[in-house]
Design a binder for this molecule. Structure first.
Ligand SMILES: Nc1ncnc2c1ncn2[C@@H]1O[C@H](COP(=O)(O)OP(=O)(O)O)[C@@H](O)[C@H]1O
Ligand SMILES: [Mg+2]
Length: 265
């Protein structure tokens, strides 16, 4: 079980005497095992929303619940992966993954190392376990971050533009890796994945939550059967139609000059 529910959630950042409303009246239910992508222009509040789910920032009003229980802080049932790899630079790949396992699962060093090795093999880094982050490419560092997030066996995976800084070809490999790891679980993890990229959202998700400034504007069901592969997926006519709708939502925001500095589609 790992159902997420947001009820009439608003969040204002407060600094000095100013209040800045970042989320306004968000209501959203995400089912256990569902893969949801949150998409929207820069500055619309996606990372703020993820911060609430992570338990680092708290709503000004309304509720954020996991399995009916209000979120009061971070928790071992939730793992996060960010755009910036956030690996410890002085630890090698295996130590980075094992560290998380020891923190969360209270495992012995030996157990943690075994689990870390297993997950690094699953993400294709068998021969790179002893490398420091600086000795790995961006894509490989993100594989380590994914291994670290999954190795603690979370029920919920929160990802904030995790492949945003990765080149297009590597990005597809990482998307397919994530889908295969997620699909392989008997009890699938609930995933909330923030992205700027419409193709990424359509490939990965069961549902796309499109955000305008502060608010959810639209929820779009993504009907394609799984498993999905980039090579076969992009030629489907229904795909082109959905993509067109999503892109037009972005352009509407741009035309109205809302949502911030930067829009990538
Ligand atoms: N700690 C903060 N204090 C004040 N304002 C913030 C803070 N973090 C983000 N914001 C503002 O809140 C809005 C939403 O930010 P964010 O959630 O990061 O958007 P996104 O991830 O969609 O780009 C932006 O206008 C941003 O400038
Ligand atoms: Mg963000």
């Amino acid at each position: 079980m790992s159902r997420i529910e947001l009820r009439n959630l608003s969040l204002a950042y407060e600094s000095e005497n100013k209040r800045f409303l970042a989320l306004e009246n968000i209501s959203l239910s995400i089912e256990s095992g569902e893969f949801v992508c949150v998409i929207g222009s820069s500055g619309c509040g996606k990372s703020t929303l993820l911060g609430v789910l992570e338990g680092l920032i708290f709503p000004s009003s309304g509720e954020a619940l996991i399995d009916g229980v209000p979120i009061t802080g971070t928790g071992p049932e939730r793992s996060v992966v960010f755009q910036h790899y956030s690996l410890f630079p002085w630890m090698n790949a295996k130590q980075n993954v094992a560290f998380g396992i020891r923190q969360v699962n209270n495992a012995s060093k030996k157990e943690a190392n075994e689990i870390a090795e297993d997950f690094l093999i699953r993400v294709g880094l068998k021969d790179f376990m002893d490398k420091l982050p600086a000795e790995l490419s961006g894509g490989m560092q993100q594989r380590v971050a994914i291994a670290r997030a999954l190795a603690v066996n979370p029920k919920i995976l929160l990802m904030d533009e995790p492949f945003g800084a990765i080149d297009a070809k590597t990005r597809v490999q990482l998307q397919e890796l994530l889908l295969s790891l997620w699909g392989a679980d008997a009890e699938r993890k609930t995933v909330v994945f923030v992205t700027h990229d419409t193709d990424e959202a359509l490939l990965l998700s069961d549902r796309i939550v499109f955000m305008g400034p502060r608010r959810i504007e639209q929820e779009i069901h993504v009907p394609f059967e799984r498993p999905r592969r980039e090579s076969t997926f992009f030629s489907k006519p229904e795909y082109a139609e959905l993509r067109k709708n999503l892109v037009s939502l972005f352009y509407r925001d741009v035309a109205q000059n809302i949502g911030g500095e930067e829009v990538l589609i």
